[in-house]
Design a protein around this ligand. Structure first.
Ligand code: F6R
Length: 260
C-alpha cells in the first residue's frame, strides 16, 4: 500500500454481463497462476453474475478450487450461517455448492458469534495467518461503501462491527421482503485498512444506480466520506465498469479506459 494516489486500471465494457465475465476471468487466472491462492470475495447483486460466469469457467479450464482459501468481506449481525438471507448462504448458493472446495478454507464472518469483537479479531488473524488476500473482489454501495464500510470509515479501520446506513438497508431490502426495517441494522465487515492490504483489488460496478457514486469514488476527494475512494491509494487496482456505471465519469477519465 502507498499513500500516493494512483490511477486505477480502468476497464469499461458495454454491459453488466461483459463486466462480470472480465471479473470472472481475472479470478480464474489468479487460481490458474496460484492454485492455493487467497481470494477476498464479495456478495450482492453485482457479484451474482460474476459467480455465474466463474463456475463454468473453472470447469472449462479444469481449475481446482480445492486449495483456494476465501475470505468474504462481510456478514449481517444476527443472521446464522443457516439463514437463507445470510451471506454464508449466498456464497453456498452462488459458488461454494458448485465447486469442490475445502470447507475449512471458506471464511465468512460469523454474525451470530457470542463475542462479536473476538470474532472480528479472529477474522483478522485468520487473514494474516493465510498469508494475506492476493486478489480482493469489491462492489460499491450507493453510499460509497466497500464491504460494509459506511461513511465515514477511516482508511486504517480493521474488521469490526458497523451500523448499516438506512440507504444500504433500502438497497439490500430485496432479500428481506422489500422491508428495509427487516434488514439487520449491523454487520461485521473487513475494514478499509484490511481491504487495502490485499495484494490486488478488483472493483466492479454495473448499472445506472452506481454512476454518481462511481464518479465520486474515482474523481472526487480521497476521503473516509467515500470508502471506495480509498482504492486509489492502492498500487494495484483494476476497476471494471459497464457503460451505465461509467456514465458520470469525465471525458478525461473515460479516455484512460481500456475497452476490450
Ligand atoms: C457485499 C459488499 C457490498 C456490495 C455493495 C454493492 O459483500 O461487500 O459492498 O458489494 O453493497 O451491492 P450490489 O451489488 O447488490 O449493488
Amino acid at each position: 500500500m502507498t499513500t500516493q494516489p494512483r490511477r486505477p486500471h480502468l476497464v469499461i465494457v458495454k454491459d453488466g454481463g461483459s463486466a462480470a465475465a472480465i471479473a470472472a476471468d481475472m479470478l480464474a487466472r489468479e487460481i490458474a497462476a496460484v492454485s492455493d491462492t487467497v481470494l477476498g470475495l464479495a456478495t450482492g447483486r453485482t457479484m451474482e453474475s460474476v459467480y455465474e460466469h466463474l463456475v463454468p469457467l473453472l470447469a472449462k479450464r479444469s481449475l481446482s478450487f480445492e486449495n483456494v482459501t476465501t475470505f468474504n468481506l462481510d456478514e449481517y449481525v444476527g443472521l446464522s450461517a443457516e439463514d437463507l438471507r445470510s451471506y454464508r448462504q449466498y456464497m453456498i448458493h452462488h459458488l461454494f455448492a458448485h465447486v469442490i472446495a475445502d470447507p475449512r478454507r471458506l471464511h465468512v464472518p460469523n454474525g451470530t458469534a457470542e463475542d462479536l469483537n473476538a470474532e472480528c479479531a479472529a477474522y483478522e488473524a485468520a487473514i494474516r495467518d493465510s498469508g494475506g488476500v492476493r486478489l480482493q473482489l469489491l462492489g460499491i454501495g450507493e453510499t460509497g461503501h466497500i464491504g460494509f464500510n459506511e461513511p465515514p470509515s477511516a482508511f486504517d479501520t480493521r474488521t469490526r462491527v458497523v451500523t448499516l446506513d438506512d440507504g444500504t438497508r433500502r438497497q439490500n431490502a430485496e432479500m428481506f421482503d422489500n422491508d428495509p426495517q427487516a434488514v439487520p441494522g449491523q454487520a461485521i465487515t473487513m475494514g478499509v485498512g484490511t481491504i487495502l492490504e490485499a495484494h490486488r483489488l478488483l472493483m466492479l460496478a454495473t448499472g445506472t444506480a452506481k454512476a454518481a457514486i462511481v464518479a465520486k469514488a474515482l474523481e472526487g476527494d480521497i476521503s473516509p466520506e467515500v470508502s471506495a475512494s480509498a482504492i486509489r491509494l492502492h498500487p494495484a487496482t483494476t476497476v471494471v465498469l459497464d457503460e451505465a456505471a461509467a456514465a458520470c465519469l469525465s471525458e478525461a477519465t473515460r479516455a484512460t479506459a481500456e475497452r476490450p
